[in-house]
Design a binder for this molecule. Structure first.
Ligand code: F1P
Length: 359
């Protein structure tokens, strides 16, 4: 038989998970680099689909900014390696705050209210690691060893883990109807097929990668969950091909980045068929009007491709709100990979980077 998400979660977290999920009122996700981008996608899902408040932050800021920690928060750290120093320090800080506040309260020496309902969970790819040892609950991603420095398959599995985790929390807290839960798990079952179909577009991506042969800059645009996917696309391009790349939420274009647009700045837009497509289209017209070179990843049923002058990959069909970011991200990984091959950079060992940043 099929493994249900409850079985996955019970085996990963133990039986305490349900009690914890019942109590929590908000999520706070902390991570670095690619893992932070996975957290950003989860924020959109958590609030839009599951109606659970969620904030996301890079660990290197959280740990130094003296954050206010609220009761009934589930802190989720995400890390491929489980050894990233900033993420580990953030987790230790949360535990120390919980510890000191509850002992102060017990000693009745202060009026500081007891911190209660603070739990920590880590989504990690390495079972025996510093983060898995520190967290109350562990969700292993089982992506297998990441050979290259730049995190790739770990990101895909982090997103699947987050979707399963949110579904489970939404179910315990009854913030999602049963019919939607099934839609999500059914969507996840279709993922291998959807990704397979997307990968059929590799030759078109190879052709598009040529655009970057003589370029130094690139701009990635997306809306909704495609904004963090644009961030991750830009990071991968930076990491492995050393092209300066930025990601913007498409609606922010007019607030500054439009000034950068000219024929030397390829603009990559991620355009699934969703409620935001019409808005995105008008953003892309703003780019076109300024002579920008547009590269669009769109759905087979979308019609941006009818606009001449855009290079288009009709990359997906039938992807949903959970499966779209996972699928489009893989296409952007493939783009960065082919750009790096053209540039002749080392895709596995980029200069200046380490697999896990332990200092
Ligand atoms: C975080 C990270 C990776 C990045 C590179 C350096 O690592 O920023 O996302 O690709 O490997 O470290 P982790 O906490 O997910 O192991």
């Amino acid at each position: 038989g099929r493994i249900t998400q409850e079985q996955v979660l019970v085996s990963s977290f133990g039986h305490q998970a349900e009690t914890v999920f019942q109590k929590i009122e908000r999520l706070h996700i902390i991570a670095c680099g690619t893992s932070y981008h996975a957290g950003m996608v989860a924020k959109y899902w958590a609030e839009d689909i599951f109606r659970i408040p969620c904030q996301v932050e890079v660990a290197s800021e959280f740990r130094y900014r003296n954050p206010v920690v609220e009761n009934n928060t589930l802190f989720i750290t995400i890390s491929q390696s489980g050894e990233t120093a900033d993420t580990l320090a953030a987790l230790q800080q949360i535990k120390a705050m919980r510890q000191s506040q509850s002992s102060e309260h017990a000693a009745n020496e202060t009026n500081v209210p007891e911190l209660s309902g603070i739990s920590t969970l880590t989504i990690c790819n390495v079972a025996e690691s510093s983060l898995t040892r520190e967290a109350d609950m562990v969700f292993l991603t089982h992506a297998g060893p990441e050979i290259g420095v730049a995190s790739t398959k770990a990101f895909t599995t982090q997103l699947v883990a987050l979707a399963l985790l949110l579904t489970s929390i939404g179910k315990v807290k009854r913030t999602i109807p049963e019919s939607r839960e099934n839609l999500i798990t059914n969507g996840l079952q279709k993922l291998p097929n959807l990704i397979q179909q997307a990968l059929m577009h590799e030759q078109e991506i190879i052709d598009i990668a040529e655009t970057f042969a003589d370029k130094q800059h690139a701009l990635f645009l997306g809306r909704g969950t495609m904004y963090p996917i644009a961030m991750e696309g830009a990071l991968k391009l930076k990491e492995i091909s050393y092209i300066h790349a930025e990601a913007y939420p498409a609606g922010e274009l007019k607030h500054g980045p439009l000034a950068l647009i000219d024929e030397n700045m390829p603009v990559i837009a991620i355009a699934p068929l969703d409620d935001l497509l019409e808005k995105l289209k008008s953003n892309l017209q703003e780019v076109k009007a300024r002579g920008g070179q547009m590269i669009v990843f769109e759905d087979e049923r979308s019609d941006i491709s009818s606009d001449s002058g855009f290079k288009v990959v009709k990359a997906t069909t039938n992807v949903g709100r959970i499966t779209a970011p996972i699928t489009y991200n893989i296409l952007l990984q493939l783009l960065s990979y082919h750009v790096a091959l053209i540039k002749g950079t080392d895709v596995d060992q980029p200069r200046n980077l380490a697999k896990s940043v332990t200092v």
